[in-house]
Ligand binder design. Structure first.
Ligand code: UGA
Length: 458
């Protein structure tokens, strides 16, 4: 049963001091947002170089709003950075937000969680004042109680006065700050009400009058909720992509209209039904593979998760198929990729559709050129000189035989059909993210193939 938390009395709201261990995008966003709400916050990471740059106000990643928050936090003194985990000891609430990458067998690699727990435990050795330690990393059910807590306690000593929570994050890259200030819900897993009280008070203080739905539950539920959320989101995307492929071959059909209409049914919901070339990023795919590995350990099969992954992997290939249908062999053809990051408003290239798409095009003998407003540098470190990089969208499409919209940056939406017609050798655009008006492109003499839109009117 879900327990929705009642706010504690106003007098119990305090200004706790905070430490956040792990300065990846989740940890850094958490720290910067807390500092914005005037909590004295220290962001800790063992990577001294990263800490050095953060102290200079460099956020090291492209995340809207984050840079300004970090800069303001440093200036006002509410935010500081440290490479020493001992600096977590004075804090009342300590968040741990370290990476949980995939191992070769798809299960999650808990080495960073273990090492942070050991370090934090040692830093809190025999601590007498009450501390709340909150794990935020995405971990499979059983990890908080079976791995994290015992490791912290082993190093802190049994007398250390620590309570534990598991508090998954639901921030999407490119909107992490917005998601932190306006979450749909807050999930807190803990052993008993006494344990979640400190964190719940923090959130009531943080959100002030904006009432938040706080769900208090067990550690295992909180851990499972995170995986189930991401798996469901990925499944929605793969589902609409399947429907889109069917719409493409069905005269009179448009997946965009279908998605909008089915989304009006409250039981379905309209979000995450944008058909395209598949999802990328460091979370959805990785989390589903981890969930599958976890289930395998329990002898349970997850065919919906399997299918979601298979559909997603195949989806990027629809762009290659459409290009071949129009151009014949791709050998020697110049293909422009508009967008390289896994989604707009980020420079993150992890599991980006562009990488596998570029590789598939290269394998067909195409010459590939890409442009991304912010991710060209990160793309180069993955794809090297196998593809060329353009400094602008116009330069990217210039002289090309086919342009594929891979990431729906606003800059690309603004490109007019006639720009494509003038710049391209062969005016063929594959709209992998549905950002262009087929009618306008048709009138301008550009062949536009949009994912999910019937390719013949029948
Ligand atoms: C995802 C979840 O959305 C967050 O709630 C979660 O906190 C995060 O993972 C995490 O586990 O840390 P993220 O991967 O950053 O966030 O980005 P999403 O907005 O979920 O987008 C993932 C991919 O799905 C992108 O490539 C996007 O283009 C694609 N997508 C999304 C679609 O193709 N269609 C849609 O309708 C929506």
């Amino acid at each position: 049963m879900i327990r929705v938390h009642e706010p504690p009395a106003a007098s119990t709201l305090g200004s706790q001091t905070i430490a956040v261990v792990g300065m990846g995008y989740v940890g850094l966003t958490t720290a910067a947002c807390l500092a914005r709400r005037h909590f004295k916050t220290v962001g800790i990471d063992k990577d001294k170089k990263r800490i050095g740059r953060l102290r200079n106000g460099e956020t090291l990643l492209h995340e809207p709003g984050l840079h300004a928050l970090v800069r303001d936090g440093l200036r006002s003194g509410s935010l500081r950075f440290s490479s020493t985990i001992q600096d977590a000891r004075p804090a009342d609430i300590i968040f741990v937000s370290v990476g949980t990458p995939s191992r070769r067998d798809e299960s999650i690699d808990l080495s960073q969680v273990r090492s942070a727990a050991r370090g934090l435990g040692a830093a809190l050795r025999n601590v007498e004042e009450k501390k709340t330690v909150v794990l935020r990393s995405t971990v499979v059910p059983g990890t908080t109680s079976g791995v994290f807590i015992p490791t912290v306690v082993e190093h802190a000593g049994k007398r250390a006065n620590i309570v534990f929570c598991y508090n998954p994050e639901f921030m999407a890259e490119g909107r992490a700050v917005q998601d932190t200030f306006h979450p749909d819900r807050i999930i807190i897993g803990a052993k008993n009400p006494e344990s979640w009280y400190g964190l719940a008070s923090l959130y009531h203080h943080f959100y002030g009058f904006e009432k938040q739905k706080m769900i208090m539950t067990t550690f295992a539920n909180a851990e499972m909720i995170k995986y189930a959320s991401n798996a469901f989101l990925a499944m929605k995307v793969s589902f609409i992509n399947q429907i889109a492929n069917l719409c493409s071959e069905t005269p009179g059909c448009d997946a965009q209209t279908v998605a909008e209409a089915i989304g009006l049914d409250k039981r379905i919901g309209g979000l995450f039904l944008r058909a395209g070339l598949g999802y990328g990023g460091s979370c959805l795919g990785k989390d589903m593979r981890a969930l599958r590995a976890y289930a395998k350990g329990k002898d349970i099969e997850l065919p919906l998760v399997d299918a979601t992954l298979v559909v997603n992997q195949a989806q990027r290939m629809v762009a290659v198929r459409y290009a071949e249908e129009q151009l014949g062999s791709l050998r020697g053809k110049r293909v422009a990729l508009l967008g390289l990051a896994f989604k707009p408003e980020t420079d993150d290239m992890r599991e980006a559709v562009s990488v596998r798409l570029a590789e598939a095009l290269l394998a067909k003998g195409a010459q590939v050129i890409g442009h991304d407003p912010v991710a060209n540098g990160n793309a180069r470190s993955l794809l090297g000189d196998r593809i060329a990089y353009a400094d602008s969208a116009e330069e990217c499409i210039s002289g090309s035989d086919c342009a594929i919209v891979v990431t729906e940056w606003d800059q690309f939406r603004r490109l007019a059909a006639r720009t494509f017609r003038r710049a391209m050798r062969h005016p063929l655009v594959i709209d992998g993210r549905r950002i262009y008006d087929p009618e306008k492109f048709g009138k301008a003499g550009v062949t536009l193939i949009a994912v999910g839109l019937a390719r013949s009117s029948g």
